[in-house]
Ligand binder design. Structure first.
Ligand SMILES: [Cu+2]
Length: 228
């Protein structure tokens, strides 16, 4: 069967990309070099497009082309882009396609400061990075944009893990506060440990963080949600 040329074109980005940061705007995307810490081979200090990041939150829209991926949401001050701070609990996505967190809260303590948002993704083929230039500001959530949508086939769940990943080290600390892996270089190809068995408690806190997404059901044996 031959696919129409236009359809083939529309499939190309999904077929090739590891993952995409749709919103806020990425500093840069290179499929071949997305594994290069800290920003997928692009300059972390680039300020070409700066997104105001109110304490109330912004939507963060991602597209995964992998059957599973874990996203870590991190920020660093512009003058220290090797010191990353968790912005949001990591999220494991099963299934390919778009996932959008509608209101990821900003950091009130950093209001007025220039910073870099980094999405570090643990994918089957290794760590991948996308960054966005942001400035923390006061104010209410900006609300979801038109690209803040979710693929119907995905399911996502929170992961109770803390990632320490910089130019010197890559370590994941699970909910039990025990390091589960430690490798040098920030380019490990290992997966985070037991994302399904180390999740935090379900309920209001989790659903509030993602905010506005409909919860359809609970994943058997673990704590998770279906989003659409
Ligand atoms: Cu990939």
């Amino acid at each position: 069967m031959q696919l129409p040329y236009t359809l083939l074109l529309s499939l190309l980005p999904l077929a090739r990309a590891h993952f995409l940061l749709n919103s806020p705007p990425t500093i840069g995307f290179s499929d071949d070099d997305e594994g290069d810490y800290p920003c997928g081979s692009f300059d972390a200090s680039s300020r070409t497009t700066v997104t105001n990041f109110p304490s109330g939150g912004i939507p963060i829209s991602l597209t995964s082309t992998h059957p599973q991926v874990t996203y870590f949401y991190r920020v660093a001050l512009l003058n220290d882009t090797n010191a990353w701070v968790d912005l949001h609990q990591p999220i494991a996505q099963v299934g390919q396609g778009k996932f959008c967190s509608q209101d990821v809260p900003g950091l009130a303590a950093w209001e007025g400061q220039d910073a870099v948002l980094q999405i570090a993704a643990s994918a089957p083929d290794g760590w991948l990075f996308q960054c966005s230039a942001v400035k923390f500001v006061s104010g209410a959530a900006t609300g979801p944009g038109s690209d803040c949508t979710n693929a119907s086939s995905i399911k996502v769940s929170y992961v109770d893990e803390k990632l320490i990943l910089n130019a010197q080290t890559t370590t994941i600390i699970s909910g039990s506060s025990q390091p589960t892996q430690s490798v040098a270089g920030g380019s490990s190809t290992t997966q985070p440990a037991s994302s399904s068995s180390t999740m935090g408690t379900p309920g209001a806190a989790a659903s509030t963080q993602v905010g506005g997404l409909a919860i359809l059901g609970t994943i058997i044996g673990t704590i998770g949600f279906f989003f659409f």
